[in-house]
Design a protein around this ligand. Structure first.
Ligand code: OOG
Ligand code: NI
Length: 451
């Protein structure tokens, strides 16, 4: 679909890129393909059994996006890479939203997520990419750090043609059909897995001993996509079915309990161990994995603060053991502690804990009898659906880092969060996710009351 001026819309470029990435990852990690099938089957079953949910999703433009929905993650090595990556994503209508400080979990990176920002674009393609930047200064060994910096300063992860296409897109403010095809091909190539590493094995092993995540970033030719995550409407069902499909899933689903449909819940299966050639010498690398997620209501600052507070209580009471031995106890405590978080969307709404999209029901087809929102809701003229949480959980992200790279105990030490430094590497400020949800909620109310 091309727009009037002959350019392909950025939403369309993003949707196509998301599909191209999915096809590539399926050939690289076949288990991802199996996971996609499982998710599509389960989503269909949920919708077939729940016509009311299906209707709500259709009425709020949320139905079509579900089976196409996924996120990915990449890790970058330098400010130069991050700046160019932001330009590449901008061509696809993806902008940096939120700042995640992973150093809180002893991972030497900080991150943002590139994604579409308004309702219309999100409903066309909600594809998002969690993008991390290595904080080289946190590599403790001075010799290793110096060499890592040199390697990163020398490498170029983008193809020459991709630079040209981004220049073209920026100067003419869009890409035509042929340029779009080419752009998707070149951009996808950036995220491809390379079997031959950029360094010798001794350096790789030394970096891995220092920090496996840093090794994953510094020792390879590019920022291989490390997972693609489809969105499921029923994560517990799939989590239970994963082992039967040869996927070694985590013991517990991360995030809020199944009894509270807020933010997101995620589970993943362990990274693949892949053969790598280190300047001719064979070795193994573990970084890539499979993951699924169930997305629910976006929380307000107040809702998020309550979520964090409860989760901290849970952590103080129990930590899930790596061998799964206390998984059911963990789930019990999680459910129990979250009992004080309001259960229904209406309660969350009345307590200003979550964001909503308001819409006119069929009853309102001939207009509204008043402009009193609460009255209109109780009389059935207006209904609401929570705004989908489009972002990530820092705690959850850290959990994924920890469980999918060989775990390493590091001495805990305070590293100051540095959003400003991240933003200067990025060359722009990250957008506030709260502000975006506020705007979306306000826009839905404007639409309800539009004459
Ligand atoms: C990113 C992990 C973050 C999520 O779903 O929270 C993430 C990474 O491992 O590079 O994708
Ligand atoms: Ni993920």
């Amino acid at each position: 679909m091309t727009e009037k001026n002959g350019f392909v819309s950025s939403d369309d470029i993003r949707a196509r890129f998301s599909r191209a990435m999915s096809i590539m990852y399926k050939t690289e990690v076949p288990a991802y393909g199996d996971l996609l099938e499982l998710v599509a089957k389960t989503n269909q079953k949920v919708l077939d059994q729940n016509p009311a949910l299906k209707d709500k999703l259709a009425r709020t433009d949320n139905l079509d996006r579900i089976n196409e929905e996924r996120h990915g993650a990449i890790r970058l090595g330098s400010a130069k890479e991050l700046k160019m990556m932001a330009r590449v994503f901008r061509v696809m209508g993806m902008h940096p939203v939120a700042y995640y400080d992973l150093t809180q979990a002893n991972v030497p990176v900080h991150s943002t997520a590139f994604r579409a920002m308004d309702q219309e674009s999100l409903s066309k393609s909600p594809f998002r990419v969690f993008t991390s930047l290595l904080r080289c200064e946190l590599i403790k060994d001075e010799v290793l750090r110096k060499r890592a910096e040199d390697i990163l300063a020398m490498r170029d992860i983008f193809t020459p043609r991709l630079y040209e296409l981004v220049d073209i897109a920026e100067s003419q403010n869009g890409l035509n059909e042929d340029q779009t095809e080419e752009f998707i091909k070149e951009a996808t190539y950036t995220f491809k897995w390379h079997e031959d590493a950029a360094v010798d094995k001794a350096f790789y092993e030394a970096m891995k001993a220092e920090d496996p995540r840093a090794a994953d970033i510094v020792c390879f030719k590019g920022p291989h996509i490390n997972h693609l995550t489809p969105r499921t409407l029923e994560i517990d069902t799939i989590h239970a079915e994963m082992p039967g499909h040869g996927m070694n899933a985590k013991n517990v689903v991360e995030g809020p309990p199944p009894t509270r449909p807020i933010l997101l819940r995620q589970t993943s299966f362990k990274a693949l161990t892949e053969k790598v050639s280190f300047e001719g010498e064979e070795g193994l690398h573990t970084a890539r994995f499979g993951e699924i997620e169930q997305r629910s209501a976006a929380l307000t600052r107040k809702g998020r603060a309550l979520y964090d507070e409860i989760l901290n209580e849970v952590r103080a009471a129990i930590t899930p053991a790596p061998d799964g031995s206390n998984a059911s106890k963990y789930m019990d405590i999680l459910k129990q502690k979250f009992e004080r978080f309001p259960e229904s969307y209406d309660e969350m709404r009345k307590n200003d804990l979550a964001y909503f999209q308001y819409y006119r029901t069929q009853k309102a087809e001939r207009g509204l009898p008043s402009d009193n929102l609460e009255q209109l809701i109780s009389d059935g003229y207006v209904d609401f659906i929570p705004l989908v949480y489009e972002d990530f959980l820092p705690v959850s992200a850290a959990g994924i880092f920890a469980s999918n790279a060989s775990d390493k105990t590091r001495v805990d030490e305070f590293v100051s969060s540095s959003q400003e430094e991240f933003e200067s590497a990025l060359g722009q400020k990250v957008n506030s996710e709260f502000k975006l949800y506020e705007d979306m909620q306000a826009a839905s109310l404007d639409k309800v009351f539009a004459k």
